[in-house]
Design a binder for this molecule. Structure first.
Ligand SMILES: O=P(O)(O)OC[C@H]1O[C@@H](O)[C@H](O)[C@@H](O)[C@@H]1O
Length: 253
């Protein structure tokens, strides 16, 4: 679950470390309303917090201690209500695209620690990370009759970059395929929401225009994001972090 040792929950620091040599660490503790959470810390001081409830990232701070995610002051942290802010996981349905409640049920379920995650092709050394897993309950199967294993890795890299990797496996005993929709519904923190609203409206139009003309969604998204960050004066480092965030992946096995 942490950088140096894949299976240990807490990485202990060596004796008298210098600030730059403190290893990445993962702490399992209680958060708001006693809900359990992990705190990931990286050697240069950035951190992230992940609740088991919802597999929900609620905080991501850079090495200056600045919060990069928005968490509503009205977020109540009381199941079955979803946590408002941070990075809600919308699964197996995004928005109202289906018969389930808005954004599906993954954000309203208690996830478990994944004790035996399949290996990753990439090097996880020097990263603080935690592996979570969600499997449907009998009640879930009544509203969405598909068996699955949803594995989520939340990792914090040495530069403070936050990476979420979702791996969703169809475990239907009859091998029947299923479809789903999904989103990391990230709430970024911004300094001026009014200005952001105007700029977003403008850029959404621009994005639509580019998509219509070129039909190239990826390019449009990148142009959109870079303009947005540039106009809002987001520092270069933060823009980079956001771009890394955007490159988080989802794969089905
Ligand atoms: O209010 P919820 O269910 O947490 O959803 C968060 C937001 O999700 C977005 O997808 C909707 O467009 C918003 O209207 C909504 O507020």
């Amino acid at each position: 679950m942490s950088g140096d040792k894949e299976k240990s929950t807490v990485t202990s620091a060596p004796p008298s470390p210098s600030p730059s040599s403190v290893p990445p660490s993962v702490e399992f503790t209680k958060g708001i309303n006693g809900l359990q959470k992990f705190i990931l810390r990286e050697s240069r001081g950035s951190s992230a917090e992940v609740y088991l409830y919802g597999g929900h990232v609620t905080s991501w701070k850079n090495d200056h201690g600045e919060e990069l995610l928005f968490l509503s002051s009205k977020a109540i942290f009381k199941p079955p209500k979803a946590i408002r802010g941070g990075i809600p996981i919308c699964f197996p349905q995004f928005a109202g695209h289906g018969t389930l409640d808005q954004h599906g049920f993954a954000r309203n379920r208690f996830w478990a620690v994944d004790e035996d995650p399949p290996p990753f092709p990439t090097n996880t050394l020097n990263k603080a990370f935690v592996d979570l897993i969600l499997k449907p309950s009998e009640e879930d199967m009544k509203i969405w009759p598909h068996s699955f294993e949803y594995r989520l890795r939340v990792a914090l890299g040495t530069g403070g970059d936050l990476m979420l990797t979702s791996r969703i496996r169809n475990t239907n005993s009859d091998g029947k395929p299923f479809t789903f929709t999904f989103a990391y519904h990230t709430y970024f923190s911004v300094s001026d929401i009014r200005l952001t609203k105007y700029i977003l409206a403008l850029l959404q139009r621009l994005q639509l225009l580019i998509m219509k003309k070129r039909g190239h969604l990826f390019c449009a998204k990148m142009v959109f994001l870079m303009l947005w960050c540039g106009i809002l004066g987001i520092r270069k480092q933060r823009l980079w972090l956001i771009l890394v965030m955007m490159s988080t992946s989802i794969c089905c096995v």
